[in-house]
Design a protein around this ligand. Structure first.
Ligand SMILES: [Fe+2]
Length: 243
């Protein structure tokens, strides 16, 4: 089995409601490393009016925290990324080529929808992204109200070029029984291209990496875990996921 890669984490301190200090980032990194992870993509929130994080600030955060990992002797590679809230400011940044893509490779961008419903007009935005050679990786569709009501709505998103990832924490039941059930239904329908921790603290990291991976393994077996936590995430960070 290849080493695991996490595509979605709030491991950088000071940029959102994730890690509260460099010490907590270091503790989270130790947990990732001892659970078989070789790389983590740092994806602070980018939300208009709340977390207006710019690529340069994220890049600087990654460099500082990666230095702390090295000083502590933790063999975990930290890569740049961001989790964009699907709002008007995001569309503008996309049109002006200002997005920080996963590992800065210009191919995939991590996005999240509002929790209540699937936004209108996603086809048009996804089409415009496609024209720029970028595809959206949608975080935790199992937590969206419309998708909880009808999981097939998540499968429809693939037609518009979306990739989907499940939160390991959803599988632990952290977000409630409906989210857990929706996540499991989507896994059984082969909807996901990756699984990710989406952890905001050391406690969440420990929970996602123990209970989350264990639950995932029960549903998809070793080969499924390899695909969702190694093979596909590697292709996302290298920018060469098969179409
Ligand atoms: Fe997140």
């Amino acid at each position: 089995m290849g080493s695991f890669i996490d595509l979605h984490s709030h491991i950088l301190p000071g940029l959102d409601e994730g890690a509260r200090s460099t010490e907590e980032s270091v503790a989270m990194a130790k947990a990732f490393s001892s659970s078989g992870f070789s790389s983590v993509v740092a994806t602070p929130h980018v939300i208009t009016g709340l977390y207006p994080n710019k690529p340069q600030a994220i890049q600087e955060g990654v460099e500082a925290v990666a230095q702390a990992f090295e000083t502590e002797g933790i063999p975990l590679k930290l890569l740049p990324g961001a989790e964009y809230y699907w709002d008007f400011e995001f569309f503008k940044m996309m049109e002006n080529d200002q997005l920080l893509t996963i590992n800065g490779n210009g191919r995939y961008v991590l996005v999240e929808f509002p929790f209540l419903s699937i936004p209108r007009g996603i086809e048009e935005v996804a089409f415009k992204m496609g024209m720029k050679g970028i595809k959206p990786l949608l975080a935790h569709p199992e937590r969206n109200g419309d998708i909880i009501k009808d999981f097939r709505k998540a499968l429809d998103l693939e037609k518009w070029g979306f990739y989907l990832h499940v939160d390991l924490l959803s599988l632990c039941g952290v977000h409630g029984p409906d989210v857990k059930k929706t996540a499991e239904l989507l896994i059984k329908n082969n909807a996901f291209h990756a699984a990710a921790a989406d952890c905001h603290s050391l406690t969440q990291t420990q929970e996602a990496l123990a209970g989350g991976i264990q639950r995932l393994k029960k549903i998809v077996g070793d080969n499924g875990v390899e695909k969702l936590l190694h093979t596909n995430p590697l292709a996302f960070i290298e920018g060469n996921l098969p179409e």
